[in-house]
Ligand binder design. Structure first.
Ligand code: NAD
Length: 314
């Protein structure tokens, strides 16, 4: 019987190991099982985190095999190739689709009741694949989507406005990748429309300023990878937040990747859109208001995803 107090992580490279650390120190789980093609790596990561557990709440982290995932209520997939400097997320598809396919096959033999959270890139296409291959209810197979991108947007806006990033409410939606878009039309600071907030505080909110912030969000991963080879702390914190919404059945609105049916004229593909997230995964996708320009950008992002999933031959 799967329990939401137990979590599995498949693939414990930079991202999976950082997720293991943020989750082990979150107090959300009593047990975390780590699986990696390199079993020594999984064993090393488990030992390293366990040695600090005396400073956190009890949580046993262990390297395991697929049969050890049978009782996990949440399973995170972070296995596969990451971007090299200058490489897009989409360029990873050929390598990571094979890996995902073998993971889903093994996973479905031992556990069909967990919520699956895909983090590997390209996350929207791989989430769609995981849904189709697993046959699980669509809401229970989600991706980290634009949760990290949205946090990057909040951070950059908060820096620009010199305000707490938790008071910035704005979404990045669409592909977790080059076609993503910022929803400026409903952006606000604690309920005060962004344009009004800028006027009150004497700041410029011209198209060029907002465009520069958006472009910094979109290119953030490229810049980090150029500098340190991989991104992992931000996504580790984003995964912890998604896990919290699921384990605590919070019904939190988060822009995870989920199956889109009939929203904004988009159908039958996975994208990052605000959804209510609880113990069943993505429970309701929200049709937030979009300007005509934003709607057009979202539909372009969806067209790109449709072309990619068409190539999967599923
Ligand atoms: P990494 O190379 O450090 O780690 C990948 C790990 O996967 C390795 O330890 C490898 O042994 C393991 N692996 C490979 N095939 C496996 C299999 N079949 N079963 C189990 N484990 C397997 O890469 P990383 O930096 O940790 O990135 C992992 C993925 O996360 C990449 O696809 C990356 O693009 C993605 N990522 C996503 C986000 C996001 O916002 N969604 C952010 C950062 C990275």
């Amino acid at each position: 019987m799967a329990s939401l107090q137990k979590c599995g992580i498949i693939g414990v490279g930079f991202v999976g190991a950082t997720c293991a650390f943020t989750l082990a120190t979150s107090g959300l789980f009593s047990e975390i099982v780590l699986i990696d093609a390199n079993s020594k790596k999984a064993e090393g990561e488990a030992a390293d985190i366990n040695h600090g557990i005396a400073f956190a709440k009890p949580c046993f982290v262990r390297a395991g095999s697929y049969s050890d995932l049978a009782e996990c209520g949440l399973i995170i997939i972070a296995a596969g190739a990451n971007q090299k400097p200058g490489e897009s997320r989409i360029a990873l598809l050929d390598r990571n689709r094979q890996i995902l396919s073998s993971i889903i096959g093994q996973l479905m033999e031992v556990n069909q009741s967990a919520v699956l959270l895909v983090v590997s890139n390209p996350v929207d296409v791989l989430t769609y694949m995981a849904q189709r291959l697993s046959g699980l209810p669509a809401g229970r197979v989600i991706g980290s989507g634009t949760v990290l991108d949205t946090a990057r947007l909040k951070y950059l806006v908060s820096q620009y406005l010199a305000v707490d990033s938790r008071n910035v409410h704005a979404f990045i939606i669409g592909e977790h990748g080059d076609s993503e878009l910022a929803v400026w039309s409903s952006a606000n600071v604690s309920g005060v429309d962004l344009a009004d907030y800028c006027r009150i505080t004497g700041r410029d909110d011209s198209f060029d300023t907002l465009r520069r912030i958006y472009e910094n969000v979109r290119s953030a991963a490229y810049a980090i990878i150029e500098g340190k080879g991989a991104t992992y702390y931000g996504i580790g914190m984003a995964v912890r937040r998604i896990a919290e919404a699921i384990v605590r059945d919070e019904h939190s609105v988060l822009p995870v990747t989920s199956l889109i049916h009939g929203h904004y004229g988009v159908d039958g593909l996975c994208l990052g859109l605000p959804a209510v997230v609880g113990k069943n995964g993505a429970e309701t996708v929200l049709d937030i208001p979009l300007s005509d320009t934003e709607l057009h950008a979202l539909q372009s992002s969806a067209t790109k995803m449709k072309q990619l999933i068409g190539q999967l031959g599923l």
